[in-house]
Design a protein around this ligand. Structure first.
Ligand SMILES: *Cc1c(COP(=O)(O)O)cnc(C)c1O
Length: 482
């Protein structure tokens, strides 16, 4: 029956189609809700057993299996083995549970399936993204000359930021139109500075821009895991003397492992002194702006020329949801290209906004709706209590491991990540993490610091309580002795 071309395949204005759509969505909701059988983050299967458990004979059968069979496969094989990000036993990565209203937004996004490249593919959606971007620019202290665009994630936002930095540098300092002519002859002298613990999207972006990993200068961090500004200054100075071209500094506002925050005020001064672009990778830390108590920890991001904001991290939005904000909106000119079939110049003169001119993507999701819905529903106050809870949980956990001789830790958290280890061998630390996954369905993080294995709690779930953290400490100690 599913193969007969009919309105039942889609949502249309017909009553039959509406009924069918509603039934399918309700059935899906029930299957999802029924799969939340316990509090665990993961059913615990090993990779080998999981491969067997999810296997179906043919992913593409000659004839479709029908809706009942489809749902039974989904409910037997897929849903029970999904990682449940809303579990308080999940704290491995900067990867979060999603707020309910933003899950509802996802249904709207998929149902209407707007594409953000041109106004005629997303009239209201385009105007909403523009409004959300305006609100974000204001939130971070930018004025009306600023702009922004939603992206697929922090990596793409960073890539966009670095590209705008490179083109700005070539246009203003070298009088070279890189968009038209490609890289200038002295491109191998370009330098981008970022801390040694910054995100690997810096190197990837540099490679993609034809500049290579060697253009990225890794600046050492101090004992608080923040970029060492004195060393940054001496590295820039040395590059100038060697005839290299300092283009940009990327400050990390919340490093992926520690949540440590680089000092934008000091870095901004250096950038002004040397005529450099300043990009803030605030993929993690951007949400701290919502906190009424801790918002000044991230510094004044308005000093930066562009800012990466990830909503699918601490803003608790479903993947994907991110934005790049740019202090001088005209820099987006670097990404603008007119196509006769899509974004004609004459349309833009008549007030039709075609957002493709600000994006590396063409077809693009209406992710801004999720932010619009969560911002309106919760207000700044609602977000503030979420962020405060996460920050305070991290401080509590840090104090607990600091005062317990079974553990070692590195740095007091500024946001919501705590890196620590059992005072035992690397092997025991690794084994404890594995046992947590497969015996208890608890998923925590692991990293390396000064050649030693560390464990990591990334506390983005505001449902985590102090009691829960106490229990986890006991469980980790118990497993280390098993
Ligand atoms: C997560 C993260 C990124 C990458 O963002 P994605 O959304 O995963 O692409 C970049 N920088 C930092 C500091 C991050 O924590």
């Amino acid at each position: 029956m599913e193969n007969k071309i009919s309105e039942l395949m889609f949502l249309t204005s017909s009553e039959e189609s509406k009924k069918n759509y509603s039934e399918l969505i309700n059935r899906t909701v029930k299957a999802i809700v029924d799969s939340f059988v316990d509090k665990k983050a993961f059913a615990g299967l090993t990779p080998y057993d999981l491969k067997k458990a999810i296997h179906v004979e043919q992913v593409l059968p000659e004839q479709g299996v029908g809706m009942d069979k489809l749902f039974s496969l989904l409910q037997e094989k897929v849903l029970p083995n999904m990682l449940r990000t809303s579990s308080t036993d999940y704290m491995a990565h900067l990867h979060t549970l999603a707020l309910c209203e933003s899950i509802a937004a996802e249904l709207i996004i998929a149902t209407y399936n707007q594409s953000m490249d041109s106004w005629d593919q997303s009239p209201a959606a385009t105007e909403i993204e523009v409004e959300v971007v305006k609100c974000l620019c204001k939130l971070y202290g930018y004025d009306e000359t600023s702009g922004g665009c939603f992206t697929s994630g922090g990596s793409q936002s960073n890539q966009t930021g670095l590209l705008l930095a490179r083109d700005w540098y070539c246009n203003t300092k070298l009088n070279h139109d890189v968009k038209k002519k490609g890289l200038p002859a002295n491109y191998s002298k370009f330098r981008f500075y970022t801390s040694e613990i910054s995100h690997f999207s810096m190197e990837k972006s540099s490679h993609l821009m034809g500049l290579g990993y060697d253009a990225v200068v890794k600046v050492p961090v101090d004992k608080n895991q923040k970029m060492d500004i004195e060393v940054l200054k001496s590295l820039i100075e040395k590059d100038v003397q060697d005839g290299n071209l300092p283009v940009c500094v990327v400050a990390t506002i919340g490093t992926t492992d520690y949540g440590s925050i680089d000092d934008v005020a000091k870095i901004s001064k250096l950038c002004k002194e040397y005529g450099m672009y300043l990009h803030a990778d605030a993929a993690y830390g951007s949400a701290v702006i919502m906190s009424d108590k801790y918002n000044n920890r991230i510094g004044n991001l308005a000093l930066c020329d562009s800012i990466t904001v990830d909503f699918h991290k601490m803003f608790l939005q479903p993947i994907s949801c991110s934005a790049i904000l740019v202090k001088d909106d005209s820099l987006f000119e670097a990404l603008t290209l007119h196509a006769d079939y899509l974004n004609r110049e004459e349309d833009e003169e008549d007030g039709y906004t075609n957002l493709v001119g600000k994006s590396l993507q063409t077809t693009r999701r209406f992710d801004a709706l999720k932010v619009w819905m969560s911002f309106l529903l919760r207000g700044k106050e609602g977000y503030s209590s979420i962020i405060n809870t996460c920050i305070e949980n991290a401080k509590y956990f840090y104090d607990r491991v600091l005062s317990d001789s079974s553990f070692e830790t590195i740095v007091e958290p500024e946001i919501s990540s705590v890196v620590f280890r059992l005072s035992a061998s690397d092997e025991i630390n690794k084994l404890v993490r594995r046992k947590l996954i497969h015996q208890d369905g608890i998923v925590i993080g692991q990293t390396v610091f000064e050649n030693k294995v560390y464990l990591k709690f990334t506390l983005l779930n505001p449902l985590v309580t102090h009691q829960k953290l106490d229990e986890l400490i006991e469980e980790i100690k118990f497993l280390s002795k098993q």
